[in-house]
Design a binder for this molecule. Structure first.
Ligand code: AP5
Length: 208
């Protein structure tokens, strides 16, 4: 199964992917996580991506497309994958479509997790991550357990100012891919403005 999760920043793509990869037994490929790992490792890719990410801008298409194409061509993706955060622009969606078509394979579905902008800022600014496990928390909606509360971190781009810029990019750039996938009959819309369990149930229903 080849699935894409799309949605605004903080929609819950990472939260849902963590649940869905267990359910569907697919590798979870998050472009944002890949860029953050590259930054931490101090690679050239990380150095290129950092400035864009800190400003809430998109990393250029050629860099992003190359990184993802290399990843999905690895053996663990042969039977399928769950993409989270890629594609985000029309050229990215077209490059993915072309690459899959040339390999004689296709996507099964593109799931759009819809959350109103008014909710997004609260989710993003309150997000905390456990650097040891990658587990995602929220200071109000899903607080970290007391024993790990000292080690959770906040992402550098999770400020209100940067989140507004990311949200603006989402509306200006990513909206185009929704009609692209709708025209291909692949788009499934899911209400993301409810509990994570309810969202997971809706996504599984949308994919079945
Ligand atoms: P990326 O890491 O992909 O960030 P994003 O798309 O902005 O998404 P987030 O990771 O912020 O949110 P999420 O939807 O995963 O939400 P989460 O589950 O964590 O990208 C970061 C940057 O990298 C980009 O800005 C760009 O610079 C670059 N980049 C990445 N991909 C790129 C690409 N393809 N092209 C170019 N540049 C790219 O949840 C958020 C919070 O809400 C958490 O605290 C969680 O606990 C809480 N929460 C989740 N679900 C619920 C719920 N149902 N109810 C209440 N709270 C909830």
């Amino acid at each position: 199964m080849r699935i894409i999760l799309v949605g605004p920043p903080g929609a819950g793509k990472g939260t849902q992917a963590a649940r869905l990869v267990d359910h569907f037994r697919l590798p979870h490929i998050s472009s944002g996580d890949m860029f953050r790992s590259a930054i931490e490792a101090g690679t050239e890719l990380g150095k290129t991506a950092k400035g864009y990410m800190d400003r809430g801008d998109l990393v250029p298409d050629d860099v992003t497309i190359g990184m993802i194409m290399e990843r999905i061509n690895q053996p663990d993706c042969a039977a399928g994958f769950m993409l989270d955060g890629f594609p985000r622009t029309l050229p990215q969606a077209e490059a993915l479509q072309e690459s899959l078509a040339s390999a004689g394979i296709s996507l099964n579905a593109v799931v759009l997790i819809e959350v109103p902008d008014s909710e997004i800022i609260r989710r993003v600014v309150g997000r905390r991550l456990d650097p040891q496990t990658g587990q995602i928390y929220h200071i109000n909606f899903n607080p970290p357990p007391v024993e790990i509360a000292d080690r959770v971190i906040q992402r550098e781009d999770d400020t209100e100012v940067t989140c507004r810029s990311r949200l603006q990019k989402y509306h200006s750039e990513t909206a185009a891919i929704l009609s692209f996938y709708d025209d291909l009959g692949l788009l499934r819309r899911v209400d993301g403005n409810c509990s994570p369990d309810d969202v997971a149930r809706s996504v599984i229903r949308a994919l079945s």
